[in-house]
Each structure stands twice: as structure tokens, then as C-alpha cells.
Design a protein around this ligand. Structure first.
Ligand SMILES: Cc1ncc(C[n+]2csc(CCOP(=O)(O)OP(=O)(O)O)c2C)c(N)n1
Length: 414
């Protein structure tokens, strides 16, 4: 049984509209409406413990998944309409169109791996349905029979453009069974209500970014020396050792070319059991999102990018989600992820300008979590020990030149 009736849902949203009309909301928010019956029917199937992931338009889903209406109202009043999270209820949202499906994939992958009977419900608009992120996530869920249902909330509108205006023909793709759809007409404009509130009043109560979303202190760990002698170890041996150690925990390794059959990530995963490796398609953003989702269900995720330039494809998951999650969720969620990559600065074969780029400084600008750059065997052991012990995200940038015993041709980024 759904928690609320249609009238109650409308009443909860009306309270938010009243706050806006009373000049108490000096920021962007998106109202729900016109889809009460459809959501009540879907939430008849959602049970406590299931994950519910939603978009910028998430209030109804939050009420129906058990977040008290007063809590939703309070968060909306504090700039968090697009950032509704609740760890106890397993509720998660994203302000990025198409940002959420890959995270749903990771959660569902984790639930299946744990043998749980819980499910993931991922709500997206028809605008998010347009994205490549959505297509790859649906294909993955379908292909691996993951316990995840995508619900397309089709109001035929992405801000103000309908499907024909966006896509020419405007037909909807033929998705597999893991995708459901309902149609509805939103009774409001894309954001807020038609009327502008009195900004001269709201601007007086507007707090700062830091007040709405305080920066959380960075987790800093001391350097740890290896517990074993590393005198004769090469850089590659050291990394292989580190991976073997990390692989002893509740870890999953995500990426391509990981498994025994596929080269063991240039041999460095030869000491890790194959059942800990998730061989993915070449879907860099999905890989990072999946790592994020799996980490929220208790796994330590190591996501492997065999060249750093490939990581740019995952910039959304890395910059908008993994990096920001702890802050935008007010510390409720912290992705326990190692993003591991290699700069192909030098090797037996020249990789060309694209693959040999050192983009570490670009990522340093983009992200709020530590980046480690080991260039000796000792540093490789120490940095990965640190990365293993951190509870939040960390990026480790290796050098191809060091694998071959050569001198790195690019300097470290600091
Ligand atoms: C990646 C990205 N691009 C653009 C935006 C700006 N934006 C916010 S909502 C929206 C339209 C989304 O439409 P839809 O997914 O159908 O959701 P609806 O608003 O109709 O509920 C856009 C383009 C964004 N938040 N994220």
C-alpha cells in the first residue's frame, strides 16, 4: 500500500508552493504534480529497503518512499530540493539529467552479488531517457538481469522542448522490460510556479553556498610503510602486490581488460580472484557510476582506466557525483572508490598525443578528493595502502614509463 493518497501528495506540494509565495525560497526547485495516481500505483510495489533514485523533480518519490513531508519541506527550504538524500530510506537523487541510471546499475549489481531480494527503482524524465548514460545503463541491466526497474516519467518535455522538437521524428526507443513508462501532464512550468516571488525579499534571507552545503573536512591519512620488504620489487611488482592486498577485502574491480582471459590489467590483477573482477563494456562513465553505486552497498570499488584520457568520458560520474556526493548529501553518502589510471607517457610503443596526455591537473581542478601519483615502487606500495584505508574517493595515477623501468617523460602534476 502506498503511504499517501493523491490529495495528501497535492497538499504536501502545496505547502512548498505556499512557502515560495511567502518569499521563503530563493533558489531553484521543481514541483511534482499530475502524476499522483501513476506514482501511487508504482509505489505499491516498492518496499522498505529498496533503493529509490530520482531526478531534480523528486518530492513525490521522497514522500512515497517514507521521507517525512516535514523533512522534505525543511530540506527544500534549505536549498536541497534537487539534492534530496536519505541514507536510512535508501533515497538518492541527482541534479544531472541522465546522471542517475549508472548509479542505479551499481546498486543493483551489488544487491544481486549479495543475494539480496531488495530492488532498485530508478525514476527518470523523458529528457534523461534521451541520454547515452540511460541507454548504456538499460542495456547493462537487461543483459545481466539486474534487479532494477527504470521508470520513465514522460511529460513530453525537456524544459520546454517536446520530443519532436528535440529528435525530429520524436518516436520513443524500444526498450527492454526493465523500462516502464507512464505519461502525464505537469501542471507547472519546468521550475517553480508561473509567478516570480518577490526577489527583493527572498534575496535578504538567501544564505551562502557554504552555509547551504558546508565543505566537509578532507580525510587525511598518514603514509604507511609496507609490511614486507620491497627491495627487489619493480614498479609493476609493487602495484601487483598492492592490488593483491586490496583484493583481499570486500572489493570489486570494475573495468575492461581485467580478467585472467583479458590480460589482468597489464598483469597487475594476476593475484586477484576473477570473481572479484567485473569485466565491463567500454563505458567509462558507467564504470565509475557503477563503482559509486556498489560502494553505497558496502563494497570497496576499484575502477580501472588503462589510459587517463579515457577518464574524460567519465567526467560526469567523477566530477558531478563521486566528487560532490559527500557534500551535497550533507555527509550521508561517501563513495568508497579508488579510481586507478595510467598515464602512457612512455612505453615500448609510442601511444600518440591523446593517450600520452597527463591530465592530472585537469582532474585536480575538477575534483575535491585526493590524487596520488606514485612513480617508484615504494610510493606505489605506500599510496595504494593509503588508498585502501581511505573511506572516501581517491584517484591513483600510475606511469607507464615506470612499468618499463624508464624515466617518466612528464613531471608529476604538483
Ligand atoms: C546534464 C544536464 N544537462 C542539462 C541540465 C538542465 N536541465 C535540468 S532539467 C532539464 C530537463 C529534463 O527533462 P526531463 O528529464 O524530461 O525531466 P522533467 O523536468 O520533465 O521532469 C534540463 C535540460 C541538467 N540538469 N543536466
Amino acid at each position: 500500500m502506498a503511504r499517501y493518497t493523491k490529495d495528501e501528495l497535492i497538499l504536501f506540494e502545496q505547502k512548498i508552493i505556499d512557502r515560495y509565495n511567502n518569499n521563503e525560497l530563493p533558489f531553484l526547485f521543481h514541483l511534482c504534480g499530475g502524476n499522483e495516481d501513476q506514482l501511487i500505483e508504482i509505489f505499491d510495489e516498492v518496499v522498505d529497503g529498496d533503493w529509490v533514485l530520482s531526478t531534480h523533480r523528486n518530492h513525490y518519490q521522497a514522500y512515497l518512499h517514507g521521507i517525512p513531508p516535514a523533512t522534505v519541506e525543511d530540506r527544500v527550504l534549505n536549498g536541497r530540493s534537487m539534492f534530496l538524500y536519505d541514507k536510512k530510506r535508501n533515497f538518492f537523487s541527482s541534479a544531472i539529467v541522465g546522471g542517475i541510471p549508472g548509479i542505479a546499475v551499481g546498486l543493483a549489481k551489488a544487491l544481486k552479488r549479495k543475494g539480496s531480494d531488495r530492488k532498485v527503482w530508478c525514476f527518470v524524465g523523458d529528457g534523461a531517457e534521451d541520454t547515452g548514460h540511460f541507454a548504456e545503463s538499460v542495456r547493462y541491466v537487461d543483459g545481466w538481469d539486474l534487479p532494477c526497474t527504470f521508470v520513465v516519467e514522460d511529460n513530453d518535455m525537456s524544459i520546454i522542448a517536446n520530443k519532436k522538437e528535440r529528435w525530429g521524428k520524436g518516436s520513443t526507443p524500444n526498450w527492454p522490460d526493465c523500462v516502464r513508462r507512464y505519461q502525464y501532464k505537469l501542471p507547472y512550468p519546468h521550475a517553480r510556479t508561473e509567478d516570480f516571488c518577490d526577489l527583493s525579499i527572498t534575496n535578504k534571507i538567501k544564505k551562502t553556498d557554504e552555509e547551504y552545503f558546508p565543505q566537509l573536512p578532507e580525510e587525511i591519512l598518514p603514509d604507511e610503510l609496507p609490511a614486507y620488504p620491497i627491495d627487489d620489487m619493480s614498479y609493476k611488482d609493487a602495484i601487483t602486490h598492492a592490488m593483491t592486498d586490496i583484493g583481499k577485502g570486500n572489493t570489486v574491480f570494475i573495468g575492461y581488460n581485467l580478467g585472467g582471459k583479458f590480460g589482468n590489467a597489464m598483469g597487475t590483477l594476476s593475484g586477484v580472484a576473477d570473481d572479484k573482477k567485473i569485466e565491463t563494456p567500454v563505458t567509462e562513465n558507467l564504470m565509475a557510476s557503477m563503482g559509486l553505486g556498489m560502494s553505497l552497498e558496502g563494497f570497496k570499488a576499484v575502477v580501472y582506466y588503462e589510459r587517463q584520457d579515457f577518464m574524460l568520458v567519465a567526467a560526469d560520474a567523477i566530477g558531478n557525483h563521486i566528487s560532490q556526493l559527500e557534500r551535497i548529501s550533507h555527509g550521508e553518502f561517501k563513495p568508497n572508490i579508488i579510481l586507478r589510471t595510467v598515464v602512457a607517457d612512455e612505453g615500448p610503443f609510442y601511444s600518440g598525443p591523446t593517450h600520452s596526455q597527463n591530465l592530472t591537473n585537469v582532474f585536480r581542478e575538477l575534483i575535491d578528493f585526493p590524487i596520488l601519483e606514485p612513480s617508484t615502487p615504494e610510493e606505489a606500495i605506500c599510496d595504494y595502502k593509503k588508498a585502501e584505508n581511505l573511506k572516501g574517493p581517491v584517484m591513483v595515477v600510475e606511469r607507464k614509463s615506470c612499468y618499463d623501468g624508464r624515466t617518466p617523460t612528464t613531471t608529476k602534476s604538483l
